[in-house]
Ligand binder design. Structure first.
Ligand code: ADP
Ligand code: MG
Length: 271
């Protein structure tokens, strides 16, 4: 396709992916989300490149979850444009997996672990009317990747928090997406579970997938992630860890809530 027609398509409201020119998994421009009068996320621009692993970092109530939900259209956007692989979400939905914050899920719903994971396959099997042994085997494989294969027939509500978190990660894996958006996947899990989840996520990145995690533990940002986006309603920084996760950007994001001594303990990118 010629450059001219590329420009025409883009200026026509078409998206660059149609010309093969835009493979950015997630690009957000001017995202603003408000609950009532008060904006929770204000005019955020961000790009999450392919095969990267980004931590979204900021204090409680900074708008981290709202940023993901706004990007996904789970909460309405007041302003902003969001493109997944250059397209609106509805065109790219199959390639995008989302694991919400654990507190926001109704854990009492009656479903077995294997059924929860097979929900990740629903686009393929159509609400699992035709789910067969091949699909079950794939769901079991995903449970194995998170070390939960022995719990396949348990009720999801009977599992511990960390185990539930791993099952929801297995469901995202079953979807075989390209972009994984996770909201605090390590919240309330034990060290072994955290280790298991990190290695699954690093494996995804090594396989060329893109991972974006809301992450609240500042002490592990540099060990787990290669990029960071710091946010406190407004974006404070974004980019490779060495540029985005520094004492300056942390001060800007947390203000007085983070003492100099705490910042000094972090293994910061450029310091
Ligand atoms: P974070 O994930 O960084 O802790 P959130 O995105 O959950 O922050 O929340 C950002 C702000 O929006 C907070 O002030 C929070 O109280 C508010 N908020 C979040 N969800 C809602 C909601 N459903 N209704 C009203 N206010 C909300
Ligand atoms: Mg949150």
């Amino acid at each position: 396709m010629s450059l001219d027609s590329h420009i025409e398509l883009v200026s026509d409201g078409g998206y660059a992916v149609e010309t093969g020119g835009d493979d950015c998994p997630l690009e957000v421009r001017g995202l603003t989300v408000a609950y009532g009068e008060k904006p929770a996320v204000f005019s955020v621009d961000a790009r999450f490149p392919s095969a990267s692993m980004t931590a979204i970092v900021g204090p409680n109530g900074a708008g981290k979850s709202t940023f993901l939900k706004g990007a996904l259209g789970i909460v309405p956007r007041l302003a902003g444009e969001v493109r997944f692989y250059g397209q609106p979400l509805k065109e790219a939905r199959r390639d995008v997996a989302y694991v919400p914050q654990r507190a926001s899920v109704d854990w009492d719903f009656p479903a077995r672990v294997i059924d929860v994971v097979m929900m990740g396959l629903y686009r393929e099997v159509g609400l699992f009317r035709f789910a067969g042994s091949r699909h079950r085997a794939r769901a079991m494989d995903c449970l194995e990747r998170v070390g939960m294969q022995d719990f396949a027939d348990r009720q999801i509500g009977q599992l511990s928090g960390g185990q539930q978190q791993r099952v929801f990660l297995a469901r995202a894996l079953a979807q075989d997406a390209e972009l994984y958006l996770l909201d605090e996947p390590f919240a309330g899990v034990d060290a072994a579970t955290e280790h298991a989840i990190v290695s699954v996520l690093k494996g995804l990145k090594a396989a060329g997938k893109t991972v974006v995690c809301v992450h609240h533990d500042l002490s592990t940002v540099t060990a787990y992630f290669d990029r960071a986006m710091l946010i406190n309603m407004r974006k404070q920084s974004e980019g490779p860890i060495a540029e985005a996760f520094t004492s300056e950007t942390l001060q800007a994001t947390y203000g007085g809530r983070l003492a100099e001594s705490q910042i000094a303990e972090l293994r910061l990118g450029s310091c």
